[in-house]
Design a binder for this molecule. Sequence first.
Ligand code: S3P
Length: 456
Amino acid sequence: MLIAQTLKWHFKLSAHNPTGLQFQVEDGGSLAGSIEVPGDKSMSHRSVMFGSMANGITEVSGFLEGEDALHTLQAFEQMGVKIDQLGAGNLVIHGQGIKGLHAPKEPIYHGNAGTGMRLLAGVLAGLGLPAILTGDESLSGRPMGRIVDPLKLMGANITTADNGTPPLNLHGGKQLKAIEYTTPMASAQVKSCILLAGLHAQGHTVVHEPDITRDHTERMLRGFGVDVQTNGLTASIEGGQQLKATNLTVPGDISSAAFFLVGAAMIPGSVLTINNVGLNPSRRGVVDILRLMGANIEENNPRESGGELVADLKVTGTQLKGIDVPKELVSLAIDEFPALFVAAASAQGTTVVTGAEELRVKETDRIQVMADGLRLLGVDITDTPDGARIVGGAINGGTVDSCGDHRTAMSFAMAALIAKEPITVLDCDNVATSFPGFVSLASGAGLRVSESRPSG
Ligand code: S3P
């Protein structure tokens, strides 16, 4: 399965999108000033889902108006929920309760968003609502067996394309039964899908995980008055509970802050503050990994906001050093490895990443895309099935292909800070899925980046 998936992305690598947005980034420079990154993507998806399922009006601030979360918003509108978009990340969700959701008349399109598709599949399966869930080329190649298998064990009737990929066809009509399930991989999307299906199932649903994954579903459901129990690597939920509307503040996304953390941390002379960053313990791995590499990151003004820890991160640049990334930090930084690979390329010595095989089934095979791009820039990098070995040193310029992955695109853009010549990054449209305004925020902070779209 893993090999087949890897080959698939190899195939995609050769099919570069000639009309995709491109970033041109001048070499050198440093990052400075005070910035705020857009709202957390994981929490934005869930805010719309839970607000829509709740009884009463939920007001959300800090919602990420990026394509992924907006597809989730549209999905719930298709299911009959009224959502007022007031601008600047403010939403008013007119929840009508779980029973108020109705089956969508048309297929639901999730764009690039695995979180949207996998979590919604759990909600719909639990409610017994029929629906077809589709996505873009990347999402259409991602594995869905990981959620379909447990949902089928609960009694759901779901079909996928032959190779276990989208579209997902939920046939509906079944009352699900609770299961006790151990997920084969560390995945918050799988855990969340099962818990959301369990919310409407008969009995007590229990999920055991091999490693810690982000716990936004558990925390946020509690905010909506749902009793979710957690104990170490186990989460559980009793079926038949109702959600009560609440107000929510979404903090800045640590996964978006990560590009700036890396960019500033690896360049002596940089002094950058990133305000209002969510520091959920299950998401903060990037800060702890960078610190092990010698980064100077202060957590200022720590506070709680919307049930999440938040702080202002002040980064002072320095020469980083290579490390063996502790395995227990991998699942806490899973989306930040493209940026961390760039940090490793800037470091003195060798960085070894292991236990990160999940990177191969993200929006792209992120190990392959980062290894190919960094190698092209002259970095000594060896990719392995579950990670990479990266020897830090000088970086050349050149043209690298993000392969349509938002996180690889922004990571390669930051690599220009340590390059000897300019870097062009291809196929950057999907940066809009998680980080609208990246180019202007980054250039305001000192990255000499511009964007253009080739004609033809
Ligand atoms: C997410 C979980 C992670 C992460 C993704 C968002 C979520 O995926 O990579 O960007 O919001 O639950 P996996 O569950 O596949 O690890």
